[in-house]
Design a binder for this molecule. Structure first.
Ligand SMILES: Nc1ncnc2c1ncn2[C@@H]1O[C@H](COP(=O)(O)OP(=O)(O)OP(=O)(O)O)[C@@H](O)[C@H]1O
Length: 620
């Protein structure tokens, strides 16, 4: 998964595998370009093919000019005979320049579009997968690596255009050389081999280093991020974590620097060896040309054209190897992106399904079991059977880790049970229309999102698909008792709730909690799930919030409430008590108190805290 997936591709980075993969890589680029802008894609392809052909024509024209110039006869006659070829050359140069301009413009238009299309697909698919996929570290790693794919897709367009151009000009040069003399083509290849070898060797080392060090680089990045992020700032200052993080950052950066230095040393050595090899090959090429001239096997004009064609050809071959190399490198990241597309489609929230009953009476959990992926000693929920009557207040109670939050996440369709069923009357939620299910739920999670937007958006994001109306907003704010919070904001609902931005403002935990409840009220879901709604509230605010939640239930909304404050549970119609993932008690608060079980025990513990006298300090 992730970075390591590149490993095999790296090992295969040799000339043969590069040539074998080339058509596939070009096809990928073309498909991306086609999706983004068909006209621009066509223009780039046509312009690059045209430029290559123009090069072939210009080489033939050079040959014709040299042939005429070095031939017999009066120099004025010979010059006159050159004119058509010279005119042809000028025309070809003009066409080449126009094609180049067209390609530059079309590529420039295409690149950002390709990146946007790829990024949009990435974000769209990432947002559409199940929560379990987002929480799966392997999928997350793929998300991490695939994020580079969009910019790589953008660069692939340029490299592909250059590759097409280099291939065509190489074919042109090779064709002309073969026509001139069959011995010239092997000479061209011999001259270009050293730089191809050096480019490949350096790229291989870079890959290897990249894959070995990528986790290291990411950790360094993470450390530098921690040093500047607001959430870590208080501890960095009070606990003096700064120097500790900085020390680790420096150690990581120094190791990376040493690796860069090693690569540079090796690259210099390889470059030198390649230059020496090229020198020998060049000398051999010109010696061969000289020998062909001396033996009369080749005319002087042909040798002149050959020199030009060899220079053009070797430049094309050089750039071809380099560009294919770059293309290959970018394609690895685009490959990650494509893998993400496939995996995200497999793990996407299913669309469609059985419609839920319009007005169900109850939701039943039947022998529901659920375990989070990874190692754990016991399931988060184990054989839970319970009923949630709709239109009532149902409280979920239990000690930390007993499975309350997991249960409501299953209810909201965020996870699917491993065992058992969740029935909305008689419809199994597993096969139900998930979009419809989500429509009916409003949720204030324990760790609800504090969006770095204005207060208005923070409330209205509860139903972003509905048109934002002041009336609905005011109702939601009032339902959550958040009027004072809003009134205290410097620009009211238009205050930006993100301290890191100019004009941004920060709320206290309790104030945020009220906005969170306002968001859920704004959603107007039929089932309101509130997970620890009063954890950050003072005693007076807590009473008020529970009053408001009761009022929502009185208006017909179902409330599923998770709280540790058992005094607040006394207004619930039904209480389910969980312990270590199992349902241990159910009933009204009075029944549970009378039963003397876990609920009564927890209740007594809390009541005792208020009844107990504070011991007097010891004298002396
Ligand atoms: N995303 C997760 N991945 C893995 N394990 C999890 C995850 N969320 C919860 N768990 C585990 O599942 C068990 C039940 O957790 P859950 O959050 O449902 O308990 P809870 O009753 O809501 O606890 P609390 O009162 O502390 O909020 C715990 O053992 C917890 O460690």
């Amino acid at each position: 998964m992730g970075w390591n997936q590149h490993h095999d591709a790296f090992l295969e980075l040799n000339f043969r595998s590069m040539v074998r993969r080339l058509p596939g890589l070009l096809a990928v680029s073309f498909r991306l370009a086609w999706q983004a802008d068909r006209t621009a894609a066509r223009t780039v392809l046509a312009a690059e093919v045209g430029r290559g052909l123009a090069q072939a024509v210009s080489l033939l024209a050079v040959n014709s000019v040299l042939g005429r110039l070095l031939g017999d006869g009066d120099i004025a006659d010979r010059l006159r005979q050159c004119v058509p070829a010279l005119v042809a050359m000028a025309a070809v140069l003009l066409v080449g320049a126009l094609l180049r301009a067209a390609s530059t413009y079309a590529t420039g238009r295409l690149e950002p579009k390709v990146e946007r299309v790829a990024t949009e697909q990435y974000l769209e698919r990432a947002a559409a997968v199940e929560l379990a996929a987002i929480e799966d570290h392997a999928f997350h790693k793929l998300l991490d690596t695939a994020q580079y794919g969009a910019s790589s897709a953008r660069r692939m367009i340029t490299y592909s255009a250059r590759v097409v151009n280099a291939i065509i000009s190489l074919i042109a040069a090779a064709g002309v050389l073969t026509v001139l003399h069959p011995a010239l083509l092997p000479l061209l290849v011999t001259m270009t081999l050293p730089s191809a070898w050096s480019a490949l060797t350096i790229a291989r080392r870079r890959y290897e280093s990249f894959h070995t060090w990528v986790q290291h680089a990411r950790a360094g990045h993470l450390l530098s991020g921690l040093l500047t992020e607001p959430a870590a700032a208080p501890e960095i200052r009070v606990h003096g974590v700064g120097p500790f993080l900085l020390r680790h950052y420096r150690a990581m950066a120094e190791t990376a620097e040493a690796e860069q230095a090693r690569l540079a040393r090796l690259a210099a050595r390889t470059g030198l060896a390649a230059a020496a090899w090229t020198g020998v090959a060049t000398a051999a090429t010109y010696a061969t040309l000289g020998a062909l001239l001396l033996t009369g096997a080749m005319a002087l004009a042909v040798a002149g054209t050959a020199v030009i064609a060899i220079r053009t050809g070797s430049a094309s071959l050089d750039s071809l190897v380099l560009e294919i190399n770059q293309l290959h490198e970018e394609a690895l990241f685009v490959g990650d992106l494509q893998r993400l597309y496939v995996e995200a489609a497999e793990r996407a929230i299913p669309s469609g399904g059985t419609p839920l009953p319009e007005d169900p009476r109850e939701i039943r959990f039947e022998h529901v079991g659920f375990s989070y992926p990874g190692e754990s000693t016991r399931p988060a929920l184990d054989d839970v059977s319970l009923t949630l009557p709709l239109g009532r207040i149902v409280a979920l109670v239990g000690e930390n880790g007993s499975g309350k939050t997991t249960l409501v996440k299953l209810l909201a369709g965020l996870y699917v049970p491993d065992r058992g069923r969740i029935l909305w009357d008689d419809v199994d939620a597993a096969g139900a229309d998930r979009r419809q299910l989500a429509e009916r739920i409003a949720m204030v999670a324990q760790d609800f999102k504090r969006w770095p937007f204005t207060a208005r958006v923070n409330v209205a994001v509860g139903r972003s698909s509905a048109p934002l109306t002041e009336e609905r907003l005011a109702e939601a704010v009032a339902a959550a008792g958040a009027e004072e919070v809003v009134a205290d904001l410097p620009r009211g609902l238009d205050t930006l709730l993100a301290r890191q931005f100019n004009g941004g403002h920060e709320l206290s935990g309790g104030q945020w909690q009220r906005l969170g409840i306002a968001r859920a009220a704004y959603r107007r879901g039929r089932i309101l799930i509130v997970d620890e709604p009063t954890a950050a509230l003072d005693a007076r605010a807590e009473l008020e919030v529970f009053d408001r939640i009761r009022a929502l239930a009185a208006a017909g909304q179902t409330v599923v409430l998770i709280t540790h404050r058992l005094a607040s549970v006394r207004h619930a119609d039904l209480v389910h008590v969980l312990d270590q993932g199992r349902l241990v008690e159910s009933g009204s608060p009075e029944e549970l108190l009378a039963r003397g079980g876990l609920y009564a025990e927890l209740y007594a513990l809390q009541a005792e805290q208020f009844a107990a006298r504070v011991p007097a300090p010891k004298a002396g």
